[in-house]
Unconditional design. Structure first.
Length: 236
C-alpha cells in the first residue's frame, strides 16, 4: 500500500531530522566558546597588567640611576674639598668626612635597591613571555575549535534543511486525514507507525492477535495496533 510506504518513509525522515537536531544541540553544548573567551580575556588582562608593571619599574629604575649619579657627583665634590688642601679647618674636614660616609652608605643602599629592581624587571619579563606564549596557544586552539565547530555545524544545518524539505514533499503525497491521524499518534507515542515482524508490533513489542494479522495482510484498510495504537505496516 503506497500510502503506508509513504508514511514509513516520513517516519524515517522524521527520525533522521530529530537525530540531526539532537546532534546540533550536543554540538553547541560541547563547544563552550564562552569559557575559551573568558580564558583569552583573563590572559589579555594579565599581559596588560604585566606590561604596565614593567614600565613602572623601568621608570623607577631610571629614577634610582639618576639619584645614584647625583650621589656620585656629591661624593666627588666632597673628596675634592677634602683632599685639595684648600680646606684646613678641622671641624670643616670632620664634617666633610661624616658627609662622605653618609653618602657612601646611601650609594650602597641605592645600588642594592637597583639590583633588586633589575631582578624584578627580569622576573616580570619572564612572566610576561610565558603568559604571551600561553595566550598565543589559547588563540590557536580557539581558532581550531571554531573551525571544527563551523564545519560540523554547516554539515548538520544543511542536513536539517534537506530533511525538512523531504518531509514537506512526502506530506504532500499523503491523504490529509491519514496524515492527521499519523501525527496525532506520533505526538503521543513518539512514532506514528510501526512495522510488524514475525507477528510482533515493533512499536510496543507485543504479539498481535491472529485476527488482526489476517486483517493486516488481506485488508487494504489502515490497521492500528490494538495495544499501542500505532499504524501498522507489514515489515520486510
Ligand atoms: Zn503496538
Amino acid at each position: 500500500m503506497e500510502q503506508l510506504d509513504l508514511l514509513w518513509d516520513l517516519e524515517l525522515h522524521h527520525d533522521s531530522l530529530s537525530f540531526c537536531q539532537k546532534s546540533m544541540f550536543r554540538l553547541r553544548n560541547k563547544f563552550n566558546f564562552n569559557e575559551v573567551e573568558k580564558k583569552i580575556e583573563k590572559a589579555e588582562d594579565k599581559v596588560i597588567y604585566l606590561r604596565n608593571k614593567k614600565e613602572k619599574m623601568k621608570l623607577m629604575l631610571n629614577k634610582y640611576n639618576s639619584k645614584l649619579k647625583d650621589y656620585n657627583f656629591k661624593i666627588n665634590e666632597i673628596e675634592k674639598n677634602l683632599y685639595d688642601g684648600n680646606t684646613t679647618d678641622i671641624k670643616q674636614l670632620e664634617f666633610l668626612d661624616i658627609e662622605k660616609d653618609k653618602i657612601k652608605k646611601m650609594i650602597n643602599e641605592m645600588e642594592i635597591e637597583i639590583l633588586e629592581q633589575m631582578d624584578e624587571v627580569d622576573a616580570t619579563d619572564e612572566e610576561l613571555l610565558l603568559i604571551e606564549w600561553e595566550l598565543e596557544e589559547i588563540k590557536i586552539e580557539n581558532e581550531e575549535i571554531q573551525k571544527e565547530y563551523s564545519e560540523q555545524e554547516r554539515l548538520l544545518s544543511s542536513k536539517i534543511i534537506v530533511e525538512k524539505k523531504n518531509i514537506l514533499e512526502i506530506e504532500q503525497k499523503i491523504d490529509k486525514e491519514l496524515l492527521d491521524k499519523y501525527y496525532n499518534i506520533k505526538k503521543n507515542k513518539g512514532s506514528g507507525i510501526a512495522e510488524v515482524k514475525d507477528g510482533v508490533c515493533c512499536g510496543c513489542n507485543m504479539l498481535l492477535p491472529t485476527i488482526q494479522l489476517d486483517r493486516l495482510h488481506n485488508d487494504d484498510k489502515i490497521t492500528l495496533c490494538e495495544n499501542c495504537g500505532r499504524i501498522l505496516k507489514i515489515g520486510p
